[in-house]
Design a binder for this molecule. Structure first.
Ligand SMILES: C[S@@+](CC[C@H](N)C(=O)[O-])C[C@H]1O[C@@H](n2cnc3c(N)ncnc32)[C@H](O)[C@@H]1O
Length: 202
């Protein structure tokens, strides 16, 4: 049974956060790439092994890969993924374990971690056990350097809660913008970085 709010070690509290259905992100639903998935999909190569370590509701999944692993720590997500993607293998492990287990030269990872902790504080469905900085530091400094596979890492365009860790990394970035949808007066957008788009910046 999942607890509410941000959980786990790392000095974060087990405080129970607002369950009010009026909070913005509960109205908008489960965190993820809802508006931008269609624009990200063309960048995802057809792969022998497609792995999403933070699969959420699997908005970027397409049935074009030979084998698909959808992993998430949220009970809600795991149930949803099993129901909606019967052709995929659904797992419920910490992202680090999942990524190191499935890494190979044939693997493609679509990596979409937690961008903003308040979205998770105000929504009981997704899982969150650390801050965005802790997710991105673990990925960029410890996991990604070990990977043999190809990957795309996602974050909000302005990297609000991670201090520009993605744009300052050695990996090439692109920003995709929705042609019409707006949020807080700006077009909805996502920042992607990858090891597939030319030389890494040394
Ligand atoms: C931004 S959402 C992914 C949304 C997905 N890309 C989509 O569009 O549906 C991040 C996901 O990471 C999951 N998560 C958070 N911490 C995790 C961890 N330590 N290991 C695995 N999954 C985790 C959350 O439950 C959440 O579903």
């Amino acid at each position: 049974m999942q607890k509410v709010g941000i959980r786990g070690g790392m000095g974060l509290s087990d405080k129970k956060y607002s369950d009010k259905p009026s909070t913005y992100y509960q109205i908008k639903g489960y965190a993820g790439l809802t508006s931008m998935a269609e624009y990200i999909k063309p960048y995802i190569p057809k792969s022998s092994l497609y792995v999403e370590p933070f699969a959420g509701l699997g908005r970027t999944v397409e049935k074009k890969h030979d084998k698909i692993i959808l992993n998430d720590m949220s009970d809600y997500s795991v149930k949803y993924l099993k129901e909606h993607f019967p052709f995929a293998e659904v797992t419920q492990e910490d992202f680090e374990k999942c990524m190191l287990k499935w890494d190979s030269e044939e693997t493609f990872f679509l990596i979409d971690p937690v961008w903003r902790k308040n979205i998770y504080k105000n929504n009981t469905k997704p899982f969150c056990d650390r801050t965005p900085i802790q997710y991105y530091d673990k990925l960029l400094n410890e996991i990604i350097p070990k990977l043999r596979g190809r990957w795309i890492l996602c974050v909000d365009r302005d990297e609000h809660e991670i201090g520009k860790r993605v744009s300052r990394s050695k990996h090439k970035n692109i920003v995709l913008q929705h042609p019409t949808k707006k949020l807080f007066g700006r077009n909805v957008a996502v920042r992607l970085c990858s090891n597939m788009w030319g030389n890494e910046i040394e």
